[in-house]
Design a protein around this ligand. Structure first.
Ligand SMILES: [Zn+2]
Length: 600
């Protein structure tokens, strides 16, 4: 048993999230965390909304609200969506808490003290009217290479060349059209080259990673440059150094602050449990965290932050780069055990785009369909190791032919037949079990090792496939045994045995599917006459900021209760009620309705 950190990428709080966002890492990280808890590990699953940076500042300006007001709005929307999906965060918080500011500043100071943060004067673009840094992608102009007139400051979409905004002909701000000013400005840089050797050693010691993630990460090390970690912007975490702390125009860069969220959220979680040092069991590279493992879940566009930048921050803070140094007051910190990156989900063959309305927001989806229907689709057809396409026709087919006709049908027919003929879980005939009975029971039992191992190795598609094989075997068994034909009084003991076996396998398959389909699993547990919590659910709570800031909502929950990853023998005689359908069959007309919605 280990302390397992499930660190889930932080959604940016500039709008509601679409189903592509939750397909890559939201749902898969929850499947992993739920399985690891059921298998007896001590899991800490953390995330929150990422709320600083230029895009939020720009959007807030456009709407005439403060960045904090904008972040408040979408933090709440996102937290509510993740709750509705049943994502079992121990803490889902945000980057605007005072606790987060303090932890970010502690890492900055530690890295600075150890010599891994260095000041540098550079030429950068600022907006003359606001004095804020104009990030490269907010600058547009004519490409100096091909003459394309809408080249971005960082690259030209026409000729594909990487650009520097100062080389653009006739550069303009995309925010307000003014001509940017290029000025000398002092910023702090993370000295990544001083951490490259330590990063390479660490990457060489990784096992079990998806090969593309490891290859991509190694390639990044070949050309590491110092990276700016501060900006000219007033919305962000202040720089904790004398002469900088009180400057209203300089802030820590959003990516530096957001990636530290995994650690700050763990510390916040510990402080809220009343044991403020408890986070060390998941984070300390010394004795307190000796059995800790950390798994990071994200989309592939974020690999660099998790396999290079974040380990560099942790290593530099712990004093482990070429400049050595001493760990700060948080002690030596663990680097990730594994970076689990997903590919992209497209929709009806196109890239998700909120601005072009190629989008299905999580909230809209859940207004019309059940959370487990989406969770099922993501598990069997999500972008685990390839880009995959969401189509409404495929969603309908998976829901109706697999979830409803396969799993739902097995649950429904075995429980209704037992309820009708016995009113309870029937006993096994003293004449004993046949070979077919034993074979099916053994298949279901063997599923625990097979499915569990696949989830632990982040092969969720294969894992749910194996669980659904047990379901298919059980449906085949029922068809072959045909208990409905055993109508006579003499046949009743055999009918009871068949239904007992079928219900035991329903119970086992339900446990195997619990990490994937937790809402349905709870209902099926109750249909089988079970009581209490089978699959614990997150709750949205309003909390006070621990250090005097404004109150905010968090997702949290008690996940110490619930089913274990094992077969639990059903007791004969436990009362059964006639079942209600667990899954909803969808009308084929939804496909045209949804496509019309997209087009409109
Ligand atoms: Zn060009």
């Amino acid at each position: 048993m280990s302390h397992v950190l499930a660190a889930v990428a932080w959604p940016y709080a500039n709008g509601p999230r679409h189903i592509g966002h939750v397909s890559g890492f939201g749902v898969p990280s929850d499947v992993f965390a739920r399985y690891m808890r059921m298998a007896g590990h001590d899991v800490l699953m953390v995330s929150g909304t990422d709320e600083h940076g230029t895009p939020i500042q720009v959007q807030a300006d456009a709407e005439g609200v403060t960045p904090r007001e904008l972040a408040d709005r979408y933090n709440r929307v996102i937290a509510e969506d993740l709750r509705a999906l049943g994502l079992s965060y121990d803490l889902f918080t945000r980057t605007t808490t005072r606790n987060h500011y303090a932890v970010v500043q502690e890492l900055f100071e530690g890295l600075h003290r150890n010599g891994y943060i260095v000041p540098k004067v550079t030429t950068g673009a600022i907006s003359p009217s606001t004095g804020r840094t104009l990030p490269d992608r907010y600058i547009e102009g004519t490409c100096p290479i091909c003459g394309y007139d809408s080249a971005r400051g960082d690259q030209c979409d026409n000729c594909g060349n990487q650009l520097d905004p100062i080389d653009l002909i006739n550069p303009k701000s995309k925010i307000n059209g003014e001509t940017p000013e290029f000025v000398e400005t002092e910023h702090f840089f993370l000295d990544l080259p001083a951490l490259a050797d330590a990063l390479r050693q660490w990457l060489d010691s990784r096992e079990g990673w998806r090969p593309n993630v490891l290859r991509f990460s190694r390639n990044l090390l070949d050309d590491l440059q110092p990276r700016a970690i501060t900006r000219d912007l007033e919305w962000g975490v202040p720089i904790p150094l004398d002469g900088w702390r009180d400057r209203p125009d300089k802030r820590i860069y959003v990516w530096f602050d957001a990636v530290i969220g995994y650690l700050s959220a763990s510390i916040e979680w510990a402080r809220r449990t009343g044991d403020p040092e408890a986070w060390r069991k998941w984070w300390s590279a010394d004795a307190e965290g000796k059995d800790a493992r950390g798994y990071y879940f994200m989309g592939k566009d974020n690999i660099v932050f998790h396999s290079v930048i974040w380990p560099a921050l942790l290593g530099g803070y712990s004093g482990e780069g070429s400049r050595d140094g001493e760990p700060g007051m948080l002690g030596r910190l663990n680097l990730p055990t594994e970076v689990v990156s997903s590919e992209y989900l497209t929709m009806e063959g196109r890239k998700f785009s909120s601005s072009r309305k190629v989008v299905i927001y999580v909230r809209d989806f859940l207004e019309r369909y059940d959370a487990d229907a989406l969770r099922y689709f993501i598990a069997v057809a999500g972008p685990e190791s390839n880009d995959t396409d969401f189509t409404w026709a495929e969603f309908l087919r998976r829901n109706n032919d697999e979830l409803v006709a396969g799993w739902g049908n097995l649950v429904n027919r075995s429980i209704s037949m037992a309820a009708k003929n016995f009113g309870a879980i029937p006993p096994v005939d003293p004449a004993g079990l046949t070979e077919a009975d034993r074979a099916l029971l053994d298949t279901a039992k063997a599923g625990f090792a097979i499915v569990g191992d696949l989830i632990a190795r982040h092969r969720q598609k294969q894992a749910i496939g194996e669980a659904m094989k047990v379901v298919a075997e059980a449906n085949k068994y029922l068809s072959e045994q045909a208990p409905w034909k055993l109508k006579g009084e003499d046949d009743k003991p055999r009918m009871g045995t068949i239904l007992h076996v079928a219900l035991q396998v329903v119970s086992d398959a339900n446990t195997l599917l619990t990490p994937f389909l937790p809402h349905a699993a709870q209902k099926i547990h109750e249909l089988l006459g079970g009581t209490g919590v089978h699959a614990p659910m997150p709750v949205l709570e309003e909390v006070e900021d621990l250090d005097g800031g404004p109150a905010y909502p968090v997702l949290t929950g008690d996940y110490t209760v619930g089913a274990r990853w094992e077969s639990v023998p059903l007791e004969a005689g436990r009362p059964l009620a006639a079942p209600k359908p667990v899954f909803r069959k969808l009308d084929p007309s939804i496909v045209d309705e949804e496509l019309a919605r997209l087009a409109g």
